[in-house]
Design a protein around this ligand. Structure first.
Ligand code: ARG
Length: 447
């Protein structure tokens, strides 16, 4: 493959081994200038040191972008509102951060008049897809360079040798236990010992959570307040989303809440095993679902549930900047007009359980639901409702019974097990004379 000619490239830079080596590799192999782009999505690093390192290893410039608010407000909270969980368990921490970082990178590429963008993702993962689909959606004119799919380096040892031969300063030793991705929403671990899914993850595979057996031993009740499906306060203290999530991570993480160990299906085909810690996300997802239970009507709730998986797949599959995701967000914006209220969540030994909820828009009517005396719900109405609701079942049963009689001439038709309806023409199904119980007799309480 002949290399496209590139004069200046914006590289998504983390300061780790791979992207450190990459600055030199891009200059050697493309003869281009490199602008390093660091996206702060809450990974808690020494960004100044990383910036200095980028410049020391040959970048002509380095931009540190504080993308935390953007990450949370434009990606994390919309996904939370959608109830997005990939394959029912993964809160998408990495998948949600990639589009924000790539978009920041595109902005820097424009600022520095770059003609290419590059990333440090390997050719086996999902992240390459997420970066590159964002580049394509936002800046299709830029050339994309993915060194991991091109270079001869195939292992961490190779990268170390490459760095050593060129005096590139690199962190630690060639041995690294896990591949770790951190941001404000989660920490994820893959690789190393985790590659054998038959073996339990060692207990040191932790960053944001403590072991529930070693953490807080007393239950703790916290109150999360939402406005239009967005968390706005913790224990009655109003907080900006970034602050709210960091605080909630600390509170829930101390109870061991939000750690999952799973095998997932990567977009590129293989299965992979990972450990994820998403303490705040786990609490917020449970709390929001609990609030929706009182604010959303049955049909809207069911429909919303049916798109949650799709939303998660779009996110996981790199299609964040797709017309469908934008359209789903418009739907969710409307759905959440009344998702305002407070949820009390009990944190205890790895669990986050909603125990109380209230909303000014609650659809819950105690006078309707009560097992006690009420004046608004006439239980006699249930009788006609049930007869009509069951009409298709009654008709089907009669027709089946009739067909059986016709199949075996002379044989008795078997009536269905329940006493009603009696075999006969459908016209007789709902005659008042067949009502087994009188309206007043049916007035027993209960479900
Ligand atoms: N498998 C997850 C995803 O595709 C996380 C990938 C990055 N995590 C890591 N530890 N390298 O979203």
């Amino acid at each position: 493959m002949t290399k496209p000619s590139v004069k200046r490239v914006a590289l998504a830079y983390s300061g780790g081994l791979d992207t450190s080596v990459m600055i030199t590799w891009l200059r050697e192999n493309y003869g281009c200038e490199v602008v390093a782009v660091i996206g702060n999505v809450g990974q808690r690093e020494d960004f100044e040191a990383i910036e200095a390192k980028a410049l020391a290893t040959g970048a002509i410039a380095c931009r540190l972008l504080d993308l935390r608010a953007e990450f949370v407000e434009s990606c994390v909270l919309p996904a939370l509102r959608a109830g997005a969980l990939y394959e029912g368990r993964y809160l998408l921490g990495t998948a949600l951060a990639r589009p924000v970082i790539a978009a920041g990178q595109v902005a820097v590429a424009r600022e520095f008049d770059c003609d290419a963008v590059a990333h440090g993702c390997t050719g086996k993962g999902n992240d390459q897809v997420r970066f590159e689909l964002t580049y394509r959606a936002l800046a299709p004119e830029l050339t994309v360079i993915a060194p991991w799919r091109e270079w001869e380096i195939t292992s961490r040892e190779d990268a170390f040798a490459y760095a050593e031969a060129r005096d590139i300063p690199v962190p630690g030793s060639p041995r690294k236990l896990y591949s770790i991705d951190r941001n404000l929403w989660h920490t994820s671990f893959e690789g190393g010992e985790l590659e054998n899914p038959a073996v339990a993850a060692p207990d040191d595979v932790r960053d944001l959570t403590v072991s529930p057996f070693k953490g807080n031993v007393e239950p703790e009740d916290i109150v999360v307040s939402f406005e239009r499906g967005i968390p706005v306060a913790l224990n009655s203290e109003r907080l900006a989303p970034v602050e709210l999530i960091s605080r909630l991570n600390a509170v829930a993480g101390a109870h061991g809440v939000g750690r999952v160990d799973l095998v997932e299906n990567r977009l590129v085909g293989m299965k992979s095993r990972g450990v994820y810690e998403t303490p705040a996300g786990t609490v917020l997802l449970a709390a929001l679902a609990d609030l929706e239970a009182i604010t959303l009507d049955r049909d809207t709730a069911a429909f919303k549930q049916s798109i949650a998986t799709r939303y998660a797949e779009l996110t996981y599959h790199g299609l964040w900047y797709s017309p469908l995701r934008a359209a789903l967000d418009a739907f969710l914006e409307s759905v959440h007009e009344t998702t305002t209220g407070d949820v009390t969540v009990r944190l205890y030994k790895g669990q986050a359980s909603p125990i109380a909820r209230s909303s000014p828009h609650s659809l819950y009517r105690e006078d309707l639901a009560t097992f006690g005396e009420d004046t608004v719900y006439d239980q006699a109405d249930a009788e006609g409702f049930i007869r009509l609701w069951g009409l298709p079942s009654s008709i089907a049963a009669r027709v089946r019974a009739q067909a059986k009689t016709e199949d075996k001439p002379g044989a008795e038709a078997h009536a269905p097990h329940h006493p009603e309806p009696q075999p006969g023409p459908p016209a007789a199904i709902s005659g008042p004379a067949q009502r087994p119980v009188s309206a007043s007799g049916a007035r027993a309480n209960g479900a």
